[in-house]
Design a binder for this molecule. Structure first.
Ligand code: ADP
Ligand code: NG1
Ligand code: MG
Length: 419
């Protein structure tokens, strides 16, 4: 930390006024269902992003990183920045900044910013949201120098603004990452519920040990279309369910549609089994109409020709049910049940949602063979990390498994005024 302050002073010639630290997150279960409105169950990590900041009179945002891999950027103010896809790293900073400026209608002031982080990037631990949330909180604190920031906005408000503003990089994610990183409290995982955003603290069994390991593969979600393709396919499932049950619902989220159709998870699962595995674009237009298809598509999925339907629906409904079962297993200290649900979740991600890769599949298997009671990919997938659950009484061969870290539920974003 002392080094970071020295770095800041050397770079900008002034002392930092603010420090914000934002964790990453490990999702224990509930993958690719937040954007359909279903609850998820992550914990915040000890690895985090730290940013130092001070107001400047140069009428620009100066954005720098201690890691030279991330090039510095200067944004003159006022700025017409309105998103970037694919993004450079500083675009994540601008997401958080713009979310706050827009919401509060601030006349933006110049800010010096210096970032440092140890969350492995593009690895499912949500390094991206950590930058977005840190940037948003810094922006709010710089524009409200006299106030306790969480009197200006609640943590829920901050998380919701950040979830929305991260979409400026093009990914149509839900709000899990920002909520986990902003709302977390040390010592417990969170069950996050959406619309409205709320969270329950989930105590993890004392003898549960969560180990995070890296598969070696990575994927920047905003640089490719896989993520949004899955979002689109889920929306088409939503439209098909509404047609099947002859119901109306303006939302494209499966949870809202499930509610509108008044069906249980079991009925939803039974119904998607009657849908075709894949459908052509022409089939979709015939079933739901061109206008509805356009509502489902996003900027980078305009050219999709085929859509997987049955298996995507199966993943979302079964995963949403597993989150409820996992929360229950935590409450009853049933580590075996927790592990079984995690492994089932991985299979569902891999086979039905096709968001795994051979490196992740091999690593989960290696961990289960090495004594884990369950293991799964964490985050969006297509590379990145797994999370594996062990019982503390089990011997863990760290040399053989070479994990990144043992994950302890950490606290959410924190801000400190330095002067
Ligand atoms: P993740 O699963 O880590 O959130 P994303 O693909 O959503 O993966 O975001 C990764 C992007 O976040 C990187 O390509 C980079 O632009 C940015 N990023 C991550 N860590 C840092 C860091 N320490 N400093 C600057 N930018 C970072
Ligand atoms: P990561 O792993 O950070 O790219 C993404 C989404 C989440 C969620 C998960 C999959 C963003 C910012 N994050 O996380 O909302 O959908 O994938 O469960 O879009
Ligand atoms: Mg991300």
């Amino acid at each position: 930390m002392e080094n970071l302050i020295e770095n800041f002073e050397r770079l900008y010639g002034v002392k930092p006024q603010l420090k914000v630290r934002c964790p990453g997150r490990v999702n224990l279960i509930g993958e690719h269902i937040d954007y359909h409105g279903y609850s998820v169950l992550p914990m915040a990590t000890t690895v985090s992003t730290t940013v130092l900041a001070a107001r400047n009179s140069e009428n620009c945002l100066k954005i720098a990183n201690v890691d030279e891999k991330y090039k510095s950027a200067t944004i003159e103010l006022p700025s017409a920045w309105n998103g970037a896809s694919p993004p450079q790293w500083h675009d994540y900073v601008l997401c958080g900044w713009k979310g706050v400026i827009e919401k509060m209608n601030y006349e933006s002031v110049g800010i010096f910013l210096l970032f440092a982080g140890d969350i492995p990037e593009s690895s499912g631990l949500s390094s991206s949201s950590s930058i977005v949330c840190a940037s948003a909180l810094v922006t709010l604190a710089i524009h409200e120098p006299q106030k306790d920031i969480f009197d200006v906005w609640s943590r829920e408000q901050l998380a919701e603004i950040c979830a929305k503003s991260e979409q400026y990089v093009g990914t149509q994610g839900g709000g899990m990452d920002q909520a986990a990183e902003v709302l977390a409290k040390e010592g417990s995982a969170l069950k996050i519920n959406f619309n409205p955003l709320s969270c329950e603290r989930i105590s993890l069994p004392e003898s549960a040990v969560f180990v995070v390991a890296h598969s070696g593969a990575t994927l920047n979600k905003a640089a490719t279309s896989q993520f949004n393709e899955r979002v689109v396919e889920g929306r088409i499932v939503a439209k098909l369910l509404l047609k099947y049950f002859d119901c109306d619902c303006s939302s494209l989220r499966l949870k809202d549609v499930q509610k509108a159709c008044d069906i249980s998870f079991e009925e939803a699962l039974k119904t998607v089994e009657t849908f075709p595995e894949t459908v052509s674009r022409e089939d979709v237009v015939e079933a739901i109409g061109e206008e509805n298809l356009q509502k489902c598509l996003s900027a980078n999925t305009q050219n999709m020709r085929t859509f997987s339907i049955r298996s995507r629906g199966r993943h979302v409904f079964s995963e949403a049910r597993r989150v409820e079962q996992f929360a229950e297993a935590c409450r009853s200290n049933d580590i075996d049940a927790m592990g079984k649900l995690m492994s089932e979740s991985h299979i569902s991600c891999s086979k039905d949602y096709e968001c795994s890769c051979s490196e992740l599949d091999d690593l989960t298997k290696k961990y289960v063979d090495g004594g884990a009671v369950g293991a799964r990919l964490t985050g969006a997938g297509w590379g990145g990390c797994i999370v594996a659950l062990f019982k503390s009484s089990t011997f863990i061969d760290f040399d053989y498994l070479s994990p990144l870290f043992v994950s302890k539920p950490s606290s959410g974003i924190q801000v400190q005024r330095l002067q």
